[in-house]
Ligand binder design. Structure first.
Ligand code: NAP
Length: 455
């Protein structure tokens, strides 16, 4: 029976990997998610067949509760709240890994490498991923300040807490540790996760979320190793590797190293040092903006978080189609951290049916702004803020931005004078060649469409 179960695990693993592969293209992504979901469900069913499995009633109850919670929250969550959801699900994975490690450590039946994988791998990494993700969730949900939180001697304290956690972990390796020691180990690991996440904030949140995703995967893989479970090893390794790659990509998008994100206190608000921006913001009537775009050779559209809030993507597609039907070349510029989760803009624009050939990454399009007649910025702020280039005291200094300020004209759609995620003023809005179109993204784009139809 055990051989059959292992063989079935390998089938689920294959299905899971093929599902992930299908997610690399928008055309097959939905079916990829289904494949991966079926694979995970199958792995659960196969596990239930394990000989001598106890507490089937409890397991089924837990599965039922989990499915109901995930189903309801998955259907209800708004696209703009996805990052929080991702953070909480990452945390759940890490928490589950830590809980399994706790049970196995209390049983004390393992030894050698198994104990190391369990305590340091599953326990420590899982607990850090759990409490860290919960803090990230709190920050993104606005339950605690989204800004970096600092206090005196923070770095030395973090180091001490990590060393204490490792020492506790090491003392568990003989497999005969007292329950109090095991509990202390988990408490210190959880505290470290909290302390590690508090000073991270502002524009660095995407990096930290993908890092916890990677850590959760690693914790599960370690545990799979300790428990001889191939499905956990493969699924954990795949998630760990994908999360690590994503973390690297996100850090690169912010032009920073991971160490700098974790220990640099990036995003620390230095408002005193930022200074006032000279000039004023000038508005433009939708009618004039429509004429400007109608007679442009090329328009680059930059979307951001505000587009997601307003769900303006379908109207934006209508606008883009209309401009193209009048002979205007339209391109979409995608900043890697625009919105609130990796790939946020790609997902929304693809949902509205805007083809991938129209979407350009930062590196592909940045050189084009200087020969573009009109850049239309819809609900984006931080990702087009030139202070990232010019002001070393700015919290987003060093982050690559889309060079909208270099285009001949910039039109900005936003509701008012609200700042972006980093909470700072945007120099672009005060430039001579910039005009503001105040209003909700969806209604303002609708107005532009109406005006364009009359030009
Ligand atoms: P942003 O800097 O957060 O700015 C969004 C702008 O949209 C705001 O200035 C707001 O101004 C406007 N807005 C809000 N609702 C609107 C509506 N209904 N209609 C029109 N405008 C609206 O957005 P971003 O430029 O996309 O930059 C993303 C930021 O989030 C970066 O700092 C990034 O580091 C961070 N972040 C990204 C991720 C990720 O993975 N992508 C995750 C976490 C954090 P008004 O209030 O005046 O309208």
């Amino acid at each position: 029976m055990e051989h059959l179960i292992q063989a079935a695990y390998f089938i689920t693993i294959l299905l899971f990997i093929l599902g992930l592969k299908r997610m690399s293209s928008p055309a097959t992504a939905r079916s990829g998610i289904t494949w991966a979901g079926v694979a995970m469900g199958l792995a659960v069913v196969v596990t239930m067949l394990w000989p001598g499995l106890h507490n089937i009633g409890l397991i089924l109850t837990a599965i039922f509760i989990g499915v109901v919670l995930a189903w309801v929250s998955g259907r209800k969550v708004k696209m703009t709240n996805m990052p929080q959801m991702v953070a909480i699900y990452n945390g759940m994975g890490g928490g589950a890994a830590a809980a399994i490690a706790a049970v196995e450590l209390l049983r004390g039946e393992m030894d050698g490498m198994g104990m190391i994988a369990l305590s340091v791998g599953g326990g420590l990494i899982g607990a850090i991923a759990f409490s860290g993700s919960m803090i990230a969730f709190g920050k993104l949900q606005g339950l605690i300040s989204g800004r970096p939180i600092f206090f005196p001697a923070q770095k030395p304290l973090n180091l001490v807490v990590l060393i204490v956690a490792l020492l506790f972990g090491a003392s568990l390796l003989d497999g005969e540790a007292a329950t109090t020691l095991i509990l202390l180990f988990f408490v210190v690991a959880l505290v470290f996760g909290v302390l590690m996440t508090l000073p991270i904030g502002g524009a660095d949140m995407p990096v930290v979320i993908s890092l916890y995703n990677a850590l959760t995967g690693m914790a599960v893989a370690f545990e799979g190793f300790a428990m001889g479970n191939a499905a956990m090893i493969v699924a954990g390794t795949v998630v760990g590797a994908a999360g690590t790659l994503l973390t690297q990509l996100m850090a690169k998008a912010m032009n920073r190293s991971l160490a700098n994100v974790l220990f640099g206190g990036f995003g620390k608000v230095q408002s005193e040092a930022q200074g006032e921006i000279a000039g004023s913001m000038r508005t433009i009537e939708p009618e004039d903006a429509a004429i400007m775009m109608r007679y442009a050779e090329k328009v680059i559209i930059v979307t951001g978080y505000g587009m997601a809030v307003a769900q303006a993507q379908h109207k934006i597609r209508e606008l883009s189609d209309l401009l193209e039907s009048r002979g205007v070349k339209v391109k979409f510029a995608i900043h890697p951290v625009a919105g609130r989760m990796p790939g946020h803009m790609n997902v929304l624009l693809a949902e509205a049916g805007i083809s991938y050939e129209h979407l350009y990454d930062l590196e592909e399009i940045n050189a084009e702004f200087s020969n573009t007649d009109v850049s239309l910025v819809i609900g984006a702020n931080d990702v087009v803020n030139p202070v990232a280039r010019s002001n070393p005291s700015s919290p987003i200094y060093g982050m690559p931005i889309l060079n909208v300020d270099q285009s001949n004209n910039a039109l900005i759609i936003k509701r008012g004078k609200g700042t972006g995620f980093a909470g700072i003023e945007n120099e672009l809005f005060y430039k001579d060649n910039t005009r503001m179109l105040y209003g909700d993204a969806q209604s303002m784009v609708s107005e532009l469409i109406q005006e364009l139809k009359q030009v």
